[in-house]
Write a protein that binds this ligand. Structure first.
Ligand code: HPA
Length: 269
């Protein structure tokens, strides 16, 4: 595995040497054009799995944003697509070997907490892993990180502080909450949402947690922003649909893009 990770990192190095990487989730793939960007498809990068979910495109761009070199991953890999946990975290690990120090993740989620509405942007403060797996299971690649990584400050408090500051400067409302990850691909039942709320979840989604775990393992600092695309099952009065998720994502994409464009250069310092 280390060898294919190194091959992927060396391939990506031809695009540049970014220190900040951002992963754009469902319907959010077009929000962040970079200056002079070089783009490759996932399929071109040695060892990279290719994405299958509708609304996800699967490319990597490296270019400048406010003077800082940034890597943007447009589209991501989900467990429900059939990838192994190791495949899902392959890109993040490759970025770590490339020299990325800060990873920013975005996703779409269902809102569980009282007061959340479709379109809200929420900074993830912590997570609950209900995926049923941990991507670090198996022999530990000691070169990447420790056997038992600490997860106390998985979502970097200092980076969250910076994000709140930038959001405020831009007049963008940014809330905070706990994200619970499920395996999907079904949306949750109303009973599950009720249980998740009792457990302390504010948001529910089908991604992000594996990448955060792998990133923390490799010593990256993490920031994650969720776009609430719908109220979670049973809170919403109508059945959930992927179209609704994509539509709200598209509507909020410009605002999220504005936030990221101002924020990412600040995180590279
Ligand atoms: N549940 C799980 N994943 C999601 C949701 C949801 O309600 N909305 C967007 N992604």
């Amino acid at each position: 595995m280390m060898e294919s990770l190194r091959a992927a990192a060396e391939f990506l190095r031809k695009l540049g040497e970014p220190t900040v990487a951002v992963v754009l989730g469902s319907g959010l793939g077009d929000v962040l054009p970079l200056e002079g960007e070089r783009v490759v498809a996932f399929t071109e990068v040695p060892g990279f799995p290719s994405p299958t979910a509708p609304g996800h495109k699967g490319e990597i761009a490296v270019g400048k944003l406010g003077g800082t070199e940034v890597l943007v991953q447009r589209g991501r890999l989900h467990y429900y697509e059939g990838y192994s946990p190791e495949e899902i975290v392959f890109p993040v690990r490759a970025y770590a070997l490339l020299g990325v120090r800060v990873l920013v993740l975005t996703n779409a989620s269902g809102g569980i907490a009282e007061g959340l509405a479709p379109g809200d942007l929420v900074l993830i403060r912590d997570h609950i892993n209900m995926l049923g797996f941990n991507p670090l299971r198996g022999p530990n690649p000691d070169e990447l990180g420790p056997r038992f990584p600490d997860m106390t400050h998985a979502y970097d408090p200092e980076l969250r502080e910076i994000a709140h500051g930038v959001a405020q400067e831009l007049g963008i409302e940014l809330r905070e909450g706990v994200y619970l990850a499920t395996m999907g691909p079904t949306y949750e039942t109303p009973a599950e949402i009720k249980a998740f709320r009792t457990l302390g979840a504010d948001l529910v989604g089908m991604s992000t947690v594996p990448e955060v775990i792998a990133a923390r393992h490799a010593g990256l600092r993490v920031l994650a922003i969720s776009c609430v695309t719908n109220l979670a099952a049973g809170i919403a009065k109508h059945p959930l649909s992927h179209e609704e998720v994509l539509e709200i994502g598209r509507r909020k994409a410009a605002e999220l893009g504005r936030l990221l464009a101002a924020l990412l250069p600040r995180l590279g310092r």
